[in-house]
Design a protein around this ligand. Structure first.
Ligand code: I22
Ligand code: ZN
Length: 653
């Protein structure tokens, strides 16, 4: 079993259930997710939250959750406007994965989701597979100026082609485009088609379907169904239909199903007005019925009622509707483009014509309409073909095989994971998870903590400049960090030749710590030392992953009471320490070791910045650090940046 994340930034699987605007990608993502779950995988589908009522995590069907990603406003946006939101999308996924664990594989759908997957691969090392669904360069060839996507798309797609572990081509044409236009490595392309669901689409008697739809059972019916955009070539279907019926003189009807509303309203679907005009021009306005959109549950009736299904777009990456028509036993008259020329076998399951050619379309449609027995045979052959090659279950099996191969490759390229026993190791889940979580935490910390790190260094430098000192404390791992920090600054970090800086770790004096804890209590073991050493103008740096350790909280209270500035490296909710800190640095994680790992980075950075600022303008040769006890001069008495004095030892140069 694998944990798979499907990423589909604009096309939600939920929209495939009766949604009026569901395109092929919605159906693909929904069906692939369901069928992968049926094969025993667990699947999360990440899609942009495009309505306010959508919950962040939704259990959709067994084994599949839909994760609504808060990126941009919670309303539907044109997909052409989504690219700037992909950074937020990626950050959300990284923190989601930090909380809930890594996926074995990401499967991106469409180029913008691919960008998210590629960035997550770089950050977290998770492999990814991509199905483009449509390629920018192909779209530009066909749509020219009408293509509203930015030119950045091409470079991003080229990057994805280079970085994806596998590229899923949907048909041989898609594969050729990937090779010819994007120079894709053939070894990493796999062709896996789209599919249909036999539970959804199976033939219903033609007569019965027509009665259910209120159509004349004896009329010849030609069906055009799909989104109403210009490139779908609906106008060519109308013109071809007009030529065929004029020629034959038979009473036929063309049903045009689709649009943005259940009633055919040109105000909501502008293309509709243009198409009505085409029907009028061709003299078939009374033979063409525009139905408006229909819910998915009713499409089976439409496909079954038709004698011929027409799908003649200018280009089509795959084309799911011809499959669905074939699954209802209806022959397809398709354009010789994209996936249609692959699913429809010319002369066997229907006919193929060149795109944007109403004359050729009319001619082939006429032949089909004139020969009911041939149509019947073709319908049967169509049904057999789709049931053998194009079920979603089969698609999911092929994809699962691709994921398995990718998983094996990932294991092979991590030789460190090979067990001494000689077995090839599966990547250790705990190791993978820890790396993934740390990387995700660092990614967030990188943007959230930078200003605080710089401010913390500034506060420490200011403290030193006014003659103050830094007291530092923590428990357990943080006690070690406190000593580590003191050692870097009392001693030296990166820059040789600077003087020692007055930092005292309150965790280092074991006699004091044990006596006080033994005789009085551990709760104020640091507070006691703050009272003993702290002077107004000093700075207390506390390190705590929870912010709740009583001795840390007490030390901060003691500091505030004495005019000592408080700086706190924290994690989780920050606890009581958060409000006691003049300057808190809260690591965005609740995982103690990961918080500590980020703390140590922050401490090193603070050392680096402090040292840099202290050293700027300070002569290169300064006395070496003195023992801590000697450095306890009252504030103000020894300016930190002072004229050089000579050093007998000079070990720091
Ligand atoms: O190093 C670790 C855990 O990674 C432990 O020693 C840890 O520091 C101790 O449990 C501390 O007592 C935790 O205290 P705090 O970070 O919540 O203030
Ligand atoms: Zn630890």
């Amino acid at each position: 079993m694998k944990r798979i994340a499907l990423i589909s930034e604009h096309a939600s699987p939920l929209a495939s259930l009766g949604g009026t605007d569901a395109g092929g990608q919605n159906v693909y993502v929904a069906q692939v997710a369901r069928h992968l779950a049926e094969l025993g995988h667990t699947v999360d589908v990440f899609t942009r939250r495009d309505a306010a009522h959508l919950p962040q995590v939704m259990n959709w069907v067994p084994g599949v959750r839909v994760i609504h990603v808060p990126a941009g406003p919670a309303r539907v946006l044109p997909k052409e406007d989504l690219l700037p939101l992909m950074g937020d999308f990626t950050r959300f996924m990284a923190s989601f994965m930090a909380r809930e664990g890594q996926y074995d594989l990401l499967h991106a759908n469409f180029w913008m989701s691919g960008l998210v997957a590629a960035d997550l691969k770089r950050q977290l090392g998770v492999p990814f597979v991509i199905t483009f669904h449509a390629l920018g360069k192909v779209r530009r060839l066909h749509q020219g100026e009408a293509d509203g996507f930015p030119d950045d798309r091409f470079a991003i797609e080229e990057r994805l082609v280079r970085e994806a572990d596998r590229i899923v081509a949907e048909c041989p044409q898609d594969e050729a485009d990937l090779r010819d236009l994007y120079d894709a490595d053939p070894a990493r392309i796999v062709t896996v088609p789209c599919g249909f669901d036999p539970a959804e689409f199976t033939p219903r008697g033609r007569r019965e379907a027509r009665i259910r739809l209120g159509l004349d059972p004896d009329e010849t019916v030609v069906l055009q169904l799909g989104r109403m955009v210009r490139r779908k070539g609906v106008d060519d279907a109308i013109r071809g239909f007009a030529r065929a019926t004029r020629q034959l003189g038979i009473p036929a009807r063309l049903l045009v199903v689709g649009g943005n509303s259940p009633d055919p309203d040109p105000a909501l679907t502008p293309e509709l007005g243009r198409l009505r005009e085409v029907a009028r021009e061709e003299g078939v306005e009374d033979r063409v019925t525009f139905t408006g959109s229909r819910e998915r549950a009713h499409l089976r009736d439409y496909y079954s009622a038709a004698d011929v299904f027409i799908s003649t777009p200018w280009y089509e990456p795959f084309g799911i509707t011809p499959l669905e028509a074939m699954a209802c036993g209806t022959p397809v008259l398709g354009a010789q483009v994209g996936g249609i020329q692959y699913t429809v076998v010319d002369g066997v399951t229907g006919a193929l014509v060149p795109p944007r050619n109403p004359d050729a379309l009319g001619e082939r449609l006429g032949e089909l309409l004139a020969d009911p027995a041939r149509r019947e045979r073709m319908g049967q052959a169509a049904l057999e073909r789709v049931r053998t090659h194009f079920t979603w279950e089969g698609v999911a099996r092929q994809l699962a095989e691709v994921y398995r191969e990718v998983g094996e490759e990932v294991e092979r390229v991590i030789p460190a994971l090979a067990l001494h026993s000689g077995h090839r190791a599966a990547p250790d889940a705990a190791v993978e998870r820890a790396f993934g979580n740390l990387i995700a935490t660092l990614t967030r910390a990188r943007s959230e903590l930078q200003p605080q790190i710089v401010a913390a260094a500034g506060a420490i430098v200011a403290c030193f400049e006014r003659g103050g000192k830094v007291l530092v404390c923590g428990n357990g791992g943080s006690a070690a960090d406190a000593q580590h920090f003191a050692a870097e600054l009392v001693g030296r970090f990166l820059i040789p030749g600077r003087r020692g800086l007055p930092v005292i770790s309150l965790t280092a004096d074991s006699a004091m710590l044990t006596a006080w804890s033994n005789d009085i209590g551990f709760g104020d073991v640091f507070a006691r030392q703050v009272e003993a050493f702290g002077q107004p103008g000093d700075l207390l740096l506390t390190i705590s992953t929870s912010g709740r350790s009583p001795n840390i909280v007490a030390a901060m209270e003691a500091a505030r009471a004495r005019g000592v500035t408080t700086l706190a490296l924290l994690g989780g909710s920050g606890g009581d320490a958060l409000v006691l800190a003049d300057l808190p640095l809260l690591v965005p994680s609740t995982d103690t070791p990961r918080i500590q790992e980020v703390h140590i980075l922050a401490l090193h950075l603070i050392c680096e910045l402090v040292e840099e600022q202290i050293s700027a303008g300070v002569p290169a040769h300064l006395p070496t650090a003195l023992p801590a006890s000697v450095r306890l001069t009252p504030p103000g008495s020894t300016p930190l940046i002072s004229a050089p004095t000579s050093s007998a030892q000079g070990v720091n140069v």
